[in-house]
Design a protein around this ligand. Structure first.
Ligand SMILES: NC(=O)c1ccc[n+]([C@@H]2O[C@H](COP(=O)([O-])OP(=O)(O)OC[C@H]3O[C@@H](n4cnc5c(N)ncnc54)[C@H](OP(=O)(O)O)[C@@H]3O)[C@@H](O)[C@H]2O)c1
Length: 249
């Protein structure tokens, strides 16, 4: 068995949880393909940071919800690094709050594009190589909202629920090929896009969390790093909540 940890493709790695996940995987010795869409500057900053800490990362711009771009992304990563051993499905678009009476089918599709279509396109691209090598890791980034429900977010919640369904079915289909498929379900982890949220709102959420505080992006990254590693070889089809116990039943 090779000891090379291989290559990880992290979608939406220019900021937020994706950037933290990329940092952790690079720290663990993986070559990291940093996917971004709009923000090349942020992605380049992260690439330099990883390189300065002795890691290896390259930038790959692509709209991961677009069929041809997703396939081309995989081809470019493979041409650069030789294949994808770890696929982290993290990218998200806007998550607008919309009351159910005002929800259009297009709003549903907008979320399904990120959490069903894009995972499908990228999984279909990486699976042949993973099967050939007899090893692979697919890690979805889901959300605790599937358990909690979240008002005015039913399109997002439905799509995140669907992602959990993909996780379980793919785990059964791919297990015999040495490919594990798991889902990390974060609680609310304020990232750059939450910069304008008042502290009182954060405190109110934290008050209901058994751990008594909000998590940080690194908490999610460590869970992904474990599931991406050889240490997690016998873990598949699972949802790992990283939310300080917020979905304890
Ligand atoms: N943060 C939380 O509280 C939380 C809680 C539960 C679950 N999650 C889940 O965790 C994941 C990351 O969330 P986040 O808060 O870190 O999000 P974020 O800060 O908004 O980052 C989103 C990332 O996705 C990229 N992106 C957007 N559209 C894209 C496209 N079409 N193709 C490729 N990349 C695209 C963005 O890149 P550019 O900026 O370069 O366009 C950015 O890097 C999501 O799946 C989210 O649902 C987050």
């Amino acid at each position: 068995m090779t000891t090379d940890p291989g290559t990880a493709l992290v979608t939406g790695a220019s900021r937020g949880l994706g950037a933290a996940i990329a940092r952790a995987l690079a720290r663990d010795g993986l070559s990291v393909a940093l996917n971004f869409f709009h923000d090349r500057t942020a992605a380049e900053k992260l690439r330099l940071e990883i390189a300065e800490s002795g890691g290896r990362a390259e930038l790959f711009q692509a709209d991961v919800t677009h069929e041809a771009e997703a396939r081309d992304l995989h081809d470019r990563v493979t041409a650069t690094f030789g294949g994808v051993d770890v696929l982290v499905l993290n990218a998200t678009g806007p998550q607008p709050l919309i009351p159910v009476e005002e929800l259009h089918w297009r709003d549903m599709l907008d979320q399904l594009e990120f959490f069903v279509k894009s995972p499908l396109l990228l999984a279909q691209a990486v699976i042949p190589g993973m099967k050939q090598r007899g090893h692979g890791r697919i890690v979805h980034i889901g959300s605790e909202v599937v358990e909690l429900g979240a008002p005015y977010s039913s399109a997002y919640v439905a799509a995140k629920g669907a992602q959990l369904g993909l996780t379980r079915s793919w785990a059964r289909e791919l297990g015999e090929h040495g490919i594990t498929v798991n889902l990390v379900a974060p609680g609310w982890i304020p990232t750059e896009r939450h910069d304008g949220v008042p502290d009182e709102e954060k405190a109110a959420y934290a008050a209901g969390v058994p751990a008594g505080h909000l998590g940080v992006a690194g908490d999610v990254a460590e869970a992904v790093a474990f599931l991406a590693s050889r240490r997690a070889a016998f873990v598949t089809g699972q949802k790992l909540a990283v939310n300080g116990g917020n979905t304890l039943t």
